[in-house]
Design a protein around this ligand. Sequence first.
Ligand SMILES: CC(C)(COP(=O)(O)OP(=O)(O)OC[C@H]1O[C@@H](n2cnc3c(N)ncnc32)[C@H](O)[C@@H]1OP(=O)(O)O)[C@@H](O)C(=O)NCCC(=O)NCCS
Length: 146
Amino acid sequence: MEIVAMAAAHVPQVAALETQCFSAPWSQASLASELDNPLALWLVAMDGGQVAGYVGAQSVLGEADMMNLAVAQAYRRQGIGQALVKELVKRLSAGDVHCLSLEVRSSNQAAQALYAKLGFFQAGRRPGYYRHPTEDALILRLEWRS
Ligand SMILES: CC(C)(COP(=O)(O)OP(=O)(O)OC[C@H]1O[C@@H](n2cnc3c(N)ncnc32)[C@H](O)[C@@H]1OP(=O)(O)O)[C@@H](O)C(=O)NCCC(=O)NCCS
C-alpha cells in the first residue's frame, strides 16, 4: 500500500468512494477543483491502481480542517485510515500548520475510535449539523505544537 498525493487520474475512484460512503458526497468536479486549490492537500492510499482510501484537508493561517476520510469497505480494519491521517499530519506539520480539526457524526463510532487512537480530543459539538439523516457533529481536534 502506497500513500501519494491525489492526482487527476484518482478523482473518479475517489468520487465513487464518496458516493458509497457519504449521504452528501463531493462531486467529481468539486474533487477535481481541489487539485488546483493551493490550500488543499488530498492523499490517496493505492493498492496497485486501486484507490483503497483517501483523506483531504484544507489549511488556512496554520490551521487545517479535514474535509473527508474514507476507506473502501474491502480494505477496512487494515490500518489504512490510520495511516492516511498520520501521513496527512506528517505532511501538514512539515509546513506551518499546527493543528487539524474535523467534524464527525455523533453516531460514527468507527471513525471516532480511529481519531481517539490518534490523539484527537473533542473541542465542541454542532447540533443538527448533518443532514440525511439530521445529526449532531462532534468537533474533534489534534494539536501538535502551540
Ligand atoms: C472510519 C474509517 C475511515 C476507518 O478506516 P479503517 O482503515 O478501517 O481504519 P483503521 O483500520 O486504520 O482503524 C484504526 C483504528 O480505528 C478504530 N476503528 C476503525 N474501524 C472501527 C470499527 N468499525 N469499529 C470500532 N473501531 C474501529 C480501531 O481502534 C482501529 O484500530 P484496530 O483495528 O487496531 O482496533 C472507515 O470505517 C470508513 O471509511 N468509514 C466510512 C466513512 C467515514 O465514516 N469516514 C469518517 C468521516 S469523519
